[in-house]
Design a protein around this ligand. Structure first.
Ligand code: 2AM
Length: 186
């Protein structure tokens, strides 16, 4: 039997936004020994699917194809912060303002729930994971490096589709691969 695949859906970023974030990461990385994301991994998750059997991939793609049509989504990439809170952070993120994205996440959640995929209990809070924080350490140098940034605006774009991604966990880090694209209107 084949091993299940680890899947999620999300939006990709245009090269210009990745370049802006790459520049930010270059400046912040020396300030903290935390699990920094490779710029190529940056994406906006709309639904974490988890382990899914490869033989049911067609069924999942069919469900994702049949989401209601929607207008293009303007996406603004700005600000940074810590999840779940600044006192014991586990995730250092970049913020996403995107009207219409919560509806896409909700529609994706409904379509995948019909296949038995658990509905996300937490509120949807769109973000880019810039780094994962596994241990408690002094983040003051990172906060200072953030405060020294001349701008926390990383660009905007218009999304016209979302993607199904595969995530492969390797000792050197996660590798994300696009498996399929789903335009917002057919
Ligand atoms: P995160 O970056 O905020 O951790 C692939 O793992 C993507 O799915 C990541 O963007 C991750 O969000 C998201 N995700 C959401 N829920 C998850 C979960 N329970 N386990 C792993 N990843 C999850």
């Amino acid at each position: 039997m084949k091993a299940p695949m680890r899947l999620f859906t999300g939006l990709d970023l245009p090269a210009e936004v990745v370049r802006n974030l790459e520049q930010l990461l270059r400046q912040l990385r020396p300030a903290a020994r935390i699990g920094w994301s490779p710029p190529a991994n940056l994406h906006i998750t709309t639904k974490f699917i988890g382990e899914w059997p490869e033989q049911r991939l067609g069924e999942l793609q069919q469900a994702l194809t049949s989401l209601p049509a929607r207008p293009l989504i303007p996406v603004h990439v700005r600000k940074v912060g810590f999840f779940p809170n600044p006192h014991s952070p586990r995730n250092f993120w970049c913020g996403i303002d995107a009207p219409g994205l919560p509806e896409l996440a909700a529609d994706t959640g409904r379509a995948t729930a019909a296949l038995g995929i658990p509905v996300e209990k937490r509120d949807f809070s769109p973000h880019l994971t810039l780094a994962r924080i596994k241990e408690r350490l002094d983040l003051q140098p990172l906060r200072e490096a953030i405060a020294a940034q001349p701008s926390l605006e990383f660009g905007e774009f218009t999304a016209g589709s979302f993607f199904l991604y595969r995530s492969q966990l390797h000792p050197t880090g996660s590798v994300y691969t696009k498996l399929a694209e789903f335009p917002f209107s057919k």
